[in-house]
Design a protein around this ligand. Sequence first.
Ligand SMILES: Cc1cc2nc3c(=O)[nH]c(=O)nc-3n(C[C@H](O)[C@H](O)[C@H](O)COP(=O)(O)OP(=O)(O)OC[C@H]3O[C@@H](n4cnc5c(N)ncnc54)[C@H](O)[C@@H]3O)c2cc1C
Ligand SMILES: NC(=O)c1ccc[n+]([C@@H]2O[C@H](COP(=O)([O-])OP(=O)(O)OC[C@H]3O[C@@H](n4cnc5c(N)ncnc54)[C@H](OP(=O)(O)O)[C@@H]3O)[C@@H](O)[C@H]2O)c1
Length: 388
Amino acid sequence: MSSAATPGKPVYNVKNPCPARVAVAHDISAADAPKQTRHYELDLGDSGLEYLPGDSLAVQPQNDPELVAQVLQAQGWSGEEVVTHPKTAAPAPLAQALLEGCLITSAEPKLLEAIVRKSGEGHPHAALLLPENKAALQQHLYGRDALDLLQENPALRFEPQEFISLLKKLNIRLYSISSSQRENPRSVHLTIATVRYQSHGRSRSGVCSTFLAERIEVGRSVVPVFVNSGKGFRLPEPDEETPIIMVGPGTGIAPFRAFLQERRATAARGRAWLFFGEVSERSCFFYREEFEQHLRDGSLHQLTTAWSRDQAQKIYVQHRMLEQGAQLWQWLQQGAIVYVCGDASRMAADVDAALHQIVAQHGGMDAESAAAWMQNLRDAKRYRRDVY
Ligand SMILES: Cc1cc2nc3c(=O)[nH]c(=O)nc-3n(C[C@H](O)[C@H](O)[C@H](O)COP(=O)(O)OP(=O)(O)OC[C@H]3O[C@@H](n4cnc5c(N)ncnc54)[C@H](O)[C@@H]3O)c2cc1C
Ligand SMILES: NC(=O)c1ccc[n+]([C@@H]2O[C@H](COP(=O)([O-])OP(=O)(O)OC[C@H]3O[C@@H](n4cnc5c(N)ncnc54)[C@H](OP(=O)(O)O)[C@@H]3O)[C@@H](O)[C@H]2O)c1
């Protein structure tokens, strides 16, 4: 199976996405977990869409109709006004253009600029637009959206087309595919944390994760998708003895569920070690039974977990890696490939630091030699990251 174009096969991309029916959607976090994480299965039918473990799926979301209605109300629009749809470039009712084509969940400098310009002298936020105030502008806009800017300036009126042109396009979101097509020939699975937060006195939601969590009807809704190749994040050939070490806390688990299914389907020979972390074993041990089955059938050899909030002090995947440093070093000496997936902002850097420490401690190296050793690992394509 390949996600590359093959003569006679349909090519799906941003301009020609594949319509996929949402066949299964359910929580894999408990109701009292601090955030909701969900499992989705999209039915590919006879679309011919193909993917490989390590690929991600691009999903085109729609905005929350309630937020669209509030934006329309803030400007006194009916929604029937005809504008150019930002995605299709064809005439469309304003409400539809906002729903499908515009990023309204963030507040962009361009919109604030237009507001300040239209208000004339003395707008309280004019100074934020000065080049020297970039950081303050960013801070001001963080956690706000287009509706906030309109509501904070109730006297200002835009032409519908003018307003649309001040917004960014509503783009696709990527999700690591959490299934192997060898085990699921006609479906693609996703593992998605629903983004919800409070900011400036209002509840807010991530567009795509809540589109899937709240606004689709299982068994009926069809979402536009296409595959984004994960060329740098591939398994070794099944007949290779190469061991693999997978580090995937939170939704970082997604590609490794795909890897394990693929390893079972291909009777992969090398050993596999999975590090998974979440807040609590009781509420967030995603896919527990499946991983236990992989341990029994030999597609997974070791499963190490880190529950960050099950005790007073935080325990993260990198703490477990350090505890098992001697064995990790052995696996690395045996040619293991290290895969890391999940949060880029903190986790990936901390896991990287832990790997350096393990190499230094168990390989008997100083920091500089350990860094060179890690660089070699990277150069040999044995350190693969898919972080966001
Ligand atoms: C290659 C790749 C693979 C990925 N795989 C997965 C995956 O398997 N599963 C998964 O769940 N995600 C995955 N993601 C992330 C995913 O693409 C989306 O970014 C995520 O679902 C959020 O999208 P959204 O549309 O729901 O939220 P958006 O509408 O994009 O909103 C997110 C934004 O909200 C703002 N925000 C969030 N919290 C706060 C807060 N507390 N205060 C103020 N502002 C805040 C931030 O600006 C943030 O960027 C992946 C990303 C990439 C690039
Ligand atoms: N803003 C949002 O609401 C939101 C929602 C979903 C996802 N996201 C983003 O999406 C990405 C993935 O989120 P996710 O749902 O997969 O889970 P996540 O937020 O990455 O959390 C998964 C686990 O990793 C732990 N963790 C926190 N900091 C860590 C670190 N430095 N090193 C190792 N582990 C660490 C968490 O512990 P603790 O939480 O107990 O510290 C939790 O146990 C992140 O970038 C996250 O910021 C954001």
